[in-house]
Design a protein. Sequence first.
Length: 688
Amino acid sequence: MGTIHRRTCSICEANCGLLVETEGRNVLSIKGNPEHVLSRGHVCPKATALADLQSDPDRLRQPVRRDGARWVPVTWDEAFDDIGRRFAALGDGRSALYLGNPTAHNYAVATQMRALRKGLGVRALYSASTVDQIPHQLVQYWMYGHNALFPIPDVDRAHTFLMVGANPLASNGSVWTVPGVRRRLKDLQKRGGRLIVVDPRRTETARAADAHHFIRPGGDAAFLAGLLLALDRGNLVRPGRLLPLLDEGWDEAWTSLRTLDPEWLARRSGVSWESCRELARELAESPAPLVYGRFGVSTQRHGTLNMWLIQLLNIALGSLDREGGVMFSSPAVDLVSTTNPGSYDRFRSRVGDHPEVLSELPVATLAEEILTPGEGQIRGLVVCSGNPVLSAPGGPKLDAALQDLDIMVSVDMYITETSRRADYVLPPCGPLEKDHYGLVLGPIAVRNFACYSSPTLQKEEGTLDDWEIVRRLAHAVGNASGREVPELPEPRAVLDLSLQANGAGLSLAKLEARPDGVDLGPLEPRLPERLNTSDQRIRCAPPACLAALAAFAVEPEPSTELVLIGRRHLRSNNSWLHNSHRLVKGPNRCTAMMNPSDAAERGLSSGQLVAVTSRVGEIHIPVEITDEVGPGTVSIPHGWGHDREGVRLSVARAHPGASLNDLTDPSRLDPLSGNAAFSGTPVEVRAL
């Protein structure tokens, strides 16, 4: 019998409580913690990857410097000294910073990021946000006054749940911390409620739903606008007690929506007008309805427009700030009161003239910013916990651009598809050697809670935590460049002060004494005081959203060509878990799903190797013929493509798959947020 450690899983948004059994430095088992206040014993296969990541022989244990095709071990001091000199030699305004998805799971790194930005002298960030959720945050900033005011689906008390472009049974919830979501949705159905899914694919969640409607990829704006019109024409718009909180934009929004033709919307979405009317009636007659949209509606050309329409739907149904609807949390550390509310269009990108959004520029434009000569051309790049060659659109072009840099540094455990192009790779300690607090993800949980995890294992000698690397990197570059870099408090001190400032009687010491977490109660109505607008009213019609709706109304109807969508799997997490032997075993999950009618038209059979071609690239991949995707749709999972030369991921290279983002087009963006428009990329499929 080994030692049992209680900790929170840091791999995905669910933040599940774990029981990790160790003997010395060996992990004997990882199981769900039935005493955890939020997850209540739930655990998914990804949690087992913590042990694989910790013990992986491919994981770097010390800094390395690239010397041609070789990687040479160096000391930390040697690395930071040389990196500082080389970034300083670039001059001002020539460096960039990219933050990958894992940084959102790492509270400690977040406390030091301001120093790194100062040291590098960067004005704008590039991050995984602009290939993911930034339309959510932009709409929240405009309507509610702060980008972190996420309306959270109150699934535990909901009755009718309309889910658009979301698959939480694979993602464990997304922009929604909801461990054990399958059980929660089953409980909704047991109490007489209904789950309705609208998606171009019959996903794992759709198969568990009471109803599923196929939709044309990229047609969500038409569907959501049609649903609003159906509520309006059926006299079913009932904001109730929200009405005094709605500004004059409420009427402006409806004036614009009423110019749209329902049948035109139905042709664009592929969801009939009659289906919209039936859904509208069902939602309006439900005692607790809610509408939730996620990755599928965010990562398309109308991502921001979609998120605005979803907010309008929840307001029209009276579901915002209501039990069983969508609600705002009361977190132990409140980002709304402690961080900047956001910004928009304070400056524009050098290439493409894209607006700044929450201090970020579109990562889809990063390759052009590196390759285009002129003042402000990016010549140095730091990548923190990211793999944009696989996660950003136009991966091959970005891969080529990275080779053109004067200096690139990756903070990463592995030599990946991206870090193989770095001059230095600075590896953090193993995942079980770090502490954890859900700073970003805790405030979007289905229930208010707080939980802190101490490190399960002591750091190996000579290793550094991510935050220590970021801090030293900031000062190395800042000192060499003559920039003043703030000496920020260590993460535990920041967390302790933030907890004590909440007024709930919490402190870091109290959380350490309760490793199963502290339950802070269910979500409760919080309006109007939770709003961060100047008059505590909801800005119902942001001018940019009204303009986007008007532009959408005159777009031509889509062609009938094949279009691409992504997908994810419970045993995967973007590009960074494919070196876990436990997770990649089993059948090949990197396939191109096609509808039988489309396959027959092209003479294809299941398992056949096909070429999938877009405007920017081509991949070869087995085809999977299934009625789980609608006609005209091709579905390929993202995060694969591990066969590039120089990648040092032995398990992943044995299961390489093909990269979806060799096909996605960097020029296809949501014009408001700059988010990549993955969904709806036109493609052709042919036999090889």
